[in-house]
Design a protein around this ligand. Sequence first.
Ligand code: SF4
Length: 76
Amino acid sequence: MKARVKKDTCIGCGACTVIADKVFQIGEDGLAEVINPDEKELEKNGEKIQEITKDNQENVVDASESCPTGAIELTE
Ligand code: SF4
């Protein structure tokens, strides 16, 4: 599973950074982002996308479902 935050949708409420604190943080722009983005994806399209390890998956799904604006995108 991979996760990214859609910056145009995030309102910076911080809920995801509490629910999945090992994956999401509030960036310098005041909006959420993944903490350890894949470098190749970052180079390719400037997107911060993180591969989610098994031990974080439950929290990340929980964070995604709890996000008030649906800003957390999960893909396989
Ligand atoms: S829960 Fe959603 S709106 Fe709130 S900071 Fe996280 S991604 Fe942004």
